[in-house]
Design a protein around this ligand. Structure first.
Ligand code: GLA
Length: 391
């Protein structure tokens, strides 16, 4: 469904359910991670884009302390008191909203409850950050509703804290920053040490396909947290053996890794090599895009996936299949897993004129292997989160 249709559906559902119109509506997109996997929490670099799929959050102040929050797709409502915003064990979606609300409450005064509803079109568990889109749309809507002014990086950090404290995933800042910083037709390069982002020209010759494998293999958050720990252990090793300061794996080069890895258990060393190599690929990738070398950039995407598969261990059979098939289909320039891993989507780089044929070829070969096609959608780098309706 088009984003505009989702917006209209949300307004109809909101007024039907609550009996009045919302005061504020905000929108936040999901994201694709184009290059730079698990580099954000290692204080490195990522190239990403906000996508043409997202979430709308509609809200109005309530008369007292009561809060009613509705997931518009399920029309399921949870009720709580604004003075008691705590993580819940069921209906996980409420935790992204509650966590964001709790973070905003630290930045200003929230004097009353609300009636809120959200609706989006990002397939859940597809690796396109539906949770960050929910946090950022809720965060923008609440900050306008309650008059709490926060800058983008602070809002992104509030969303990240919601993931850590309310949803149990120790993620980096990539998803929230990409959702806020996206620009139509442009990619975003972020330095996650300084949290400074800039746009990178995408050029008219670039188009992305997202191939949702519909697979989810491990309890993604638990596995994600373990990978993060492995990276931190690796960084601690290099901090001891290198002469220059090492705060995170961002401070280690592949050349240093090759010489100074001794003393690290084999598996930790392998895992640590992934974000280190990814950082180098992102910096090279920016230079290639700037000179219009799209084919060279695509090769870096294939290299990135190989690094996930062989070194980091965050791929899976379905993602490997899509990327290998992509390597054989003429017209595909690059492909890799996007996001945390262990399932979800692969992102594929094509020339816009080939998007349709290539997408069909991928669906067919996936169906021949797994008995059902992967879901292919065309991704357009799109504008970031914004207020749609508000005082
Ligand atoms: C998930 C996390 C991000 C990032 C990516 C991997 O999307 O939420 O912070 O670490 O995985 O690059």
């Amino acid at each position: 469904m088009l984003n505009e249709d989702i917006y209209k559906e949300l307004l109809t559902k909101y007024t039907g359910h609550f009996g009045f119109e919302p005061e504020v509506v905000a929108y936040a997109p999901g994201r694709i991670e184009v290059l730079g996997n698990h580099t954000d929490y290692n204080e490195g670099y990522v190239i990403s884009a906000a996508i043409n799929f997202g979430t709308f959050f509609a809200v109005r102040k309530s008369a007292g302390q009561g809060c009613r929050l509705v997931a518009g797709d399920l029309m399921k409502e949870v009720v709580f008191d604004i003075g008691r915003v705590e993580p819940a064990g069921s209906d996980g979606w409420q935790n992204y909203v509650k966590g964001t609300l709790a973070g905003l409450a630290d930045c200003g005064v929230i004097e009353c409850g609300f009636d809120g509803m959200f609706l989006g079109n990002i397939p859940l568990g597809s690796g396109l950050s539906s949770s960050a889109a929910l946090e950022m749309s809720a965060g923008l809507a609440f900050s306008r509703l309650y008059g709490i002014t926060v800058d983008s990086v602070t809002l992104a950090k509030i969303g990240q804290k919601a993931e850590h404290d309310f949803a149990g995933c120790n993620c980096g800042l990539l998803d929230q920053i990409s959702s806020l910083a996206g620009e139509s037709g442009k990619l975003v390069k972020t330095d996650f040490r300084s949290v400074v982002y800039e746009s990178v020209p995408a050029g008219g010759d670039i188009c992305f396909l997202m191939c949702n494998t519909l697979s989810k293999h491990e309890l993604a958050d638990g596995a994600y947290n373990k990978l993060r720990e492995a990276c931190e252990q690796c960084a601690a090793h290099f901090a001891k053996v290198l002469r220059h300061p090492v705060k995170a794996l961002r401070d280690v080069t592949m050349a240093e890794w090759a010489i100074y890895r001794e003393g690290l258990p084999e598996e930790s060393a392998r895992k640590g090599a992934h974000p280190i190599g990814e950082n180098e690929r992102v910096l090279l990738g920016v230079r290639l895009l700037e000179t219009g070398d799209v084919a060279g950039f695509g090769t870096l995407m294939f290299d990135s996936h190989a690094s996930s598969r062989v070194l980091f261990g965050n791929s899976c059979e379905e993602l490997d299949f899509v990327v290998a098939a992509a390597g054989r289909i003429p017209g595909i320039l690059g492909a890799r897993l996007s996001g945390g891993g262990f399932g979800g989507s692969a992102v594929v780089l094509v020339h816009p004129r080939d998007a349709e044929t290539v997408g069909r070829a991928l669906e067919n070969s996936f169906a021949a292997r797994f008995g059902h096609p992967c879901e292919v959608s065309v991704i357009t780098p799109s504008e970031g989160a914004h207020i749609v309706v508000g005082p």
